[in-house]
Design a protein around this ligand. Structure first.
Ligand code: KG4
Ligand code: ZN
Length: 335
């Protein structure tokens, strides 16, 4: 079964053809990062207009890369939420139009569930029950999955999401947007010598990252970090600050995720979402977990449509087919 997946929930317009929920025939991603970076973050109205311009060429490219036409496609999958309302609407309405015109089933997918299903594109065998650490721009969740489509939310962030924290830390250090990859790059030339607080929120599986961010902000404000070339000699550099920040966030994510997985006696750990592209997080989990850890390749961690098509395959097997009344749901939840 070949599914054409469409993703437009934030600042990536993406389309992909996936066979049987596991084999990627094409994976086209048109990023708007350059357009938004001058504003230091995603501007929703600009994003939806850009999706309008990109969506048809991106879909055409995905079909052409996969060497298929609409006649070879068996269903249309699209992200219906969560995300930016105007951006989601572009994908949802494009998917509806194609499904109607080509007489194909329409399958709406939760973006976060899509991130989880990127793990099914790795070719690795996944055994339930499994703990999934979802770390993206809007989420830091620990989810227990006992089977396809079954989600139990066991931990979440109480304030900033992990990706959001990376983005804010990068802004504090004047590194640019999006922050995650820039903090990672700066950290590679720094040493984690800054004393930043770990917020463990002991006795729960929840996370909190806003205190770490505020501590970094105060250190920058009080002249404890060399923010420019006029700073006194001997201060920790911005690269040191980035390394320290990344270390604390990764420490908390790795420790709490592994502790929960061991407590529940699950078989595996899966990681999903844009922050799963972080090399220190990947290395930390692989090094410290006594359980097998599955992490999608970098390109499938950040937003893409292959994960949407993969997820839709399992949803369709379970009987999901959406009607024309399906709408964009900006605040859609997984569990
Ligand atoms: O999953 P995603 O692409 O979009 C959402 O659904 O939110 O995640 C985007 C987030 C951003 O906050 C970005 O800074 C972060 O993922 N990110 C990273 C890395 N690559 C992307 N964070 C840390 N290290 C990275 N290498
Ligand atoms: Zn995402």
């Amino acid at each position: 079964m070949r599914i054409l997946g469409i993703e437009s929930s934030c600042d990536e317009t993406a389309a992909s053809v996936v066979e049987d929920g596991s084999r990627i025939l094409s994976n086209v991603i048109s990023s708007q990062i350059e357009i938004h970076s001058r504003y230091g973050g995603v501007v929703p109205e600009v994003a939806s207009r850009q999706h309008m311009l990109s969506i048809v060429p991106v879909i055409q490219q995905a079909l052409s890369d996969a060497k298929v036409g609409f006649k070879d496609i068996d269903a249309i999958a699209v992200t219906k939420g969560p995300g930016l309302a105007g951006s989601l609407l572009v994908g949802v309405n494009t998917a509806k139009a194609i499904a109607l015109a080509q007489n194909l089933p329409l399958i709406g997918v939760n973006h976060m569930e899509g991130h989880i299903y990127a793990n099914w594109l790795t070719g690795q065998k996944i055994e339930f029950p499994v703990i999934c650490l979802i770390v993206s721009g809007g989420h830091s969740d620990l989810i227990l999955m006992r089977g396809h489509g079954q989600y139990e939310l066991l931990g979440r962030t109480r304030d900033d999401a992990a990706g959001e924290a990376f983005d804010k830390a990068a802004r504090i250090l004047g590194l640019g947007y999006p922050g995650g990859p820039l903090i990672q790059k700066a950290a590679e030339s720094g040493k984690p010598i800054l004393q930043l607080p770990h917020s463990w929120i002991k006795g729960t599986n929840d996370f909190s990252f806003s205190g770490i961010k505020t501590a970094l902000l105060r250190m920058a404000e009080y002249g404890k970090i060399a923010m420019d070339e006029n700073a006194p000699a001997g201060l920790p550099s911005k690269n040191d600050a980035a390394a320290s920040f990344q270390k604390v966030v990764v420490d908390v994510l790795v420790t709490k995720c592994i502790a929960l997985a061991l407590e529940l006696g699950v078989k595996q750990i899966m990681v999903a979402g844009g922050v799963a592209a972080n090399k220190a997080l990947r290395a930390g989990l692989l090094e410290k977990s006594p359980l097998p850890v599955i992490i999608p390749p970098f390109i499938l961690c950040t937003d893409n449509a292959a994960m949407i098509a993969a997820c839709a395959y399992y949803r369709y097997q379970n009987g999901q087919k959406d009607g024309w009344e399906m709408d964009a749901l900006p605040a859609l939840r997984l569990a």
